[in-house]
Design a protein around this ligand. Structure first.
Ligand code: DOR
Length: 438
């Protein structure tokens, strides 16, 4: 018998190990009205409720991606909000931060409202990142206050770094007063020039123009100095070199409000992958030598790096399949990130989930302490954004079966460990047994 005034449960996740920021325990999770109603062992399954088996699996807060290129509007041949969020759901994500390098870019209230409207029926929350500068051109600040009033909490010109230190300083001051965070794509254009891969032994051997690691590092150093002066939060996107990680380590030790993410390709691939000139291995920042991969992993292990973010960057074959130096940079990431973390990192699953769920949720301002429903503790009353992971299942990446509209994964044929079994968004099972439900 249900108690009076209690909604009938619609969903029960049964027999799993619940892991969240408070630790782990064996428990069933009962969902009603999009919220968690009960968490406990051996709960009675109400008739009529959908039962998701979680035997041998982990039940986690849904994953949160700080760095997704959904391509809509403007490049729907590569991805749409619908296909991108379906890929997100299949990858265990219940929220993604949509990057503003669309066409038109997300630098105005109208552009942001349009994406919010298009995402209304998506299978994951789409949090819009606004551009820092008009047209992402690095000349004039975008109307940040107007965008913040629409709920934008992260600003970035991703795809390009803000080259002017003076403009970046002003942007940091505005962001601080708006309670927002600036996210920097660290790339000094005067050093990066037309580099198409990491500048080093492999670029020399292959005759591909190189981009020095320094192009990233000088901007990390500059922006740490700006964060010190302004007291503003800054988040470093897709860091990829050992000195960048070390700079963040020192900034954190000095108590500065900096956070950092790394992408799975920067802990699982090296610049040697470019040896066959296959543009699927072209990404920005570029793949780096093993010493940088090791530093990225060390940063993840010691807490210097706060989040694993996909930099999911779909490109249609007619644009991506060009000679290496002409191809656009970017790889798919949403459906492989969790498995790559489990496969490649020597970290307990709880730490991996912190890096993929509750820590990025807090950086994006989507967690319960910011009034959001992502990455929170799995407890009665919380919003039901969850994923169920089989940590020991193995699978082989087949580009043709990915949900993205594009096929540019560098992991084709790779067998990975760890698989998303179910994803629940606002109480609705959007993935059941690895199958998208819509
Ligand atoms: O590889 C990348 N692709 N890096 C970026 O910064 C931009 C992204 C894209 O939009 O394709």
């Amino acid at each position: 018998m249900s108690e009076p005034n209690r909604s009938e449960p619609t969903l029960v996740i049964r027999g799993g190990i619940v892991i969240d920021a408070t630790g782990e325990r064996r428990a069933d999770v009962v969902v009603a009205n999009g919220r968690i109603q009960e968490v406990g062992e051996g709960l009675v399954v109400p008739t009529g409720a959908t039962v998701l088996d979680a035997g041998g699996c982990v039940v986690s807060p849904g994953l949160v991606d700080l760095h997704t290129h959904l391509r809509e509007p403007g490049h729907e041949e590569a991805e749409t909000i619908e296909t991108g969020t379906r890929a997100a759901s299949l990858g265990g994500y219940t929220a993604v931060v949509a990057m503003p390098n669309t066409n038109p870019p997300l630098d105005s209230a109208d552009a942001v409202r349009n994406v919010v409207e298009l995402a209304r029926t998506a299978t994951a929350q789409v949090a819009v990142a606004g551009a820092i500068t008009v047209g992402r051109a690095g000349q004039r600040l975008a109307p940040m206050a107007e965008l913040a009033a629409l709920g934008v909490r992260l600003f970035t010109d991703d795809g390009a770094g803000v080259q002017s230190a003076g403009l970046m300083r002003r942007a940091l001051e505005y962001a601080r007063d708006l309670g927002a965070t600036l996210a920097q794509h660290c790339e000094d254009g005067s050093l990066a020039c037309d580099g198409a891969m990491h500048e080093g032994a492999w670029s020399s051997r292959l005759g591909i123009p190189g981009m020095p690691a320094l192009a990233e590092e000088v901007m990390v150093a500059r922006d740490i100095a700006l964060a010190r002066v302004t007291g503003s939060r800054i988040h470093f996107l897709h860091l990829s070199t050992a000195p960048s990680i070390e700079l963040v380590r020192q900034a954190k030790a000095a108590g500065l409000p900096v956070t950092a993410e790394v992408a799975p390709h920067h802990f699982s691939l090296t610049d040697a992958c470019a040896a066959g000139y296959d543009p699927v291995f072209k990404v920005n920042p570029p793949l780096r030598p093993q010493c940088d991969v090791d530093a990225v992993k060390a940063g993840l292990a010691d807490g210097t790096v706060d989040a694993i973010a996909t930099d999911h960057a779909p490109h249609a074959p007619e644009f991506k399949d060009l000679p290496f130096d002409l191809a656009p940079p970017g790889v798919l990431g949403l459906q492989t990130a969790l498995s790559l973390a489990i496969t490649e990192l020597d970290l307990p699953l709880t730490r991996i989930l912190a890096l993929l769920s509750w820590q990025p949720a807090a950086i994006a301002g989507l967690d319960p302490s910011n009034g959001g429903g992502q990455g929170g503790v799995i407890t009665p009353g919380a919003e039901s954004n969850l994923c169920v992971i089989d940590p020991t299942a193995t699978w082989t990446v087949d580009p043709m079966t990915l949900a993205s509209r594009s096929r540019n994964t560098p992991y084709a044929g790779r067998t990975l460990t760890g698989r998303v079994r179910h994803t629940v968004f606002k109480g609705e099972p959007v993935v059941i047994d690895g199958e998208a439900q819509r």
